[in-house]
Design a protein. Structure first.
Length: 259
């Protein structure tokens, strides 16, 4: 299926690895010109080369911390009028809420709630004027079902989701959609570092821990980032203009609810 977005411009945040990189790859393959960012220049450039090798749209890089005003300004300077915005950043650390102080909460809210909101604020009016816009916020399955040790993530991402629920219904009349894409367990560096902590705690190997996690998911396996990227590209497609304000789970059937 031709997604009808060749020649569009996209900002994909936090895209040197994992889910962000997969989203950028799927979009570029569709002929979208992507601007990707991450903090470390070397890994960012390596990711850009990998994506370029797939053919398709152009790839430009901005090495920055997207959770800062300066970082967002640099990305917007490089791509001032995006048609597509994929919001992403590192997730907050796990822990017990008794150990978190105001700074911990502010960091989580900054990264996983305010950063996407400020990027949307800077780009959505241009999308409305041009009568095309697709915003995908990479959040987490924790938006649907909280993960006990990820209270910072549960809280900050729920704040973003609540805000978007209102805005997404204001922009859609202009063919500007805003949706959440909610990963379950994808075998990325982030998940590997979480599994490592559990493996060490339980005295088993990483492979064993990954196998146990996979077995706990109805699909019987962990997700592949490329599957996530393809879903993102579809939500950004010309055909997806009637989908907005949704929180789209991609979790191998792990969420047990009927709805
Ligand atoms: P990852 O560690 O594989 O990749 C994270 C990417 O974000 C890297 O490119 C890193 O350089 C970049 N990054 C991190 N902080 C940044 C910042 N401040 N500015 C710019 N770039 C930054 O992680 P992932 O698995 O791809 O996860 C992406 C998001 O999805 C995270 O918020 C994570 O919490 C969430 N998530 C992941 C899973 C999963 O199973 N992988 C599940 C639920 C939620």
């Amino acid at each position: 299926m031709d997604l009808g977005i060749a020649g569009k411009k996209a900002i994909v945040c936090a895209a040197s690895k994992g889910l962000g990189k997969a989203c950028a790859a799927s979009l570029a393959r569709e002929g979208v010109d992507v601007t990707i960012c991450a903090r470390t220049e070397e890994t960012l450039n390596a990711a850009a080369d990998e994506i370029r090798a797939l053919g398709g749209g152009s790839v430009q890089t901005v090495a920055c911390d997207i959770t800062t005003d300066e970082g967002r300004a640099a990305v917007l300077d490089a791509c001032p009028n995006p048609d597509i915005l994929v919001n992403n950043a590192g997730g907050p650390p796990p822990g017990d809420f008794r150990d978190w102080d105001r700074d911990d909460w502010i960091k989580a809210v900054d990264a996983n709630m305010l950063t996407p909101i400020f990027l949307i604020k800077a780009t959505v009016d241009g999308m409305i004027e041009r009568k095309f816009g697709r915003v995908v916020n990479i959040t987490s399955s924790s938006v649907k079902a909280p993960i006990e040790i990820l209270g910072l993530s549960n809280g900050a991402r729920a704040g973003l989701t609540g805000f978007i629920a209102g805005l997404a219904r204001k922009t859609v009349a202009h063919n500007v959609t805003i949706n959440g894409l909610l990963p379950g367990a994808f075998y990325t560096d982030r998940l590997k570092s979480n599994l490592k902590v559990h493996a060490e705690k339980e005295g088993v190997s990483m492979d064993e821990m990954a196998a146990r996690r996979a077995a706990s998911i109805p699909a019987g396996r962990l997700g592949d980032a490329a599957e996530f990227g393809e879903y993102c590209a579809f939500l950004c497609s010309a055909q997806a203009g009637y989908i907005t304000g949704q929180n789209c789970l991609i979790d191998g059937g792990n969420y047990p609810g009927t709805l």
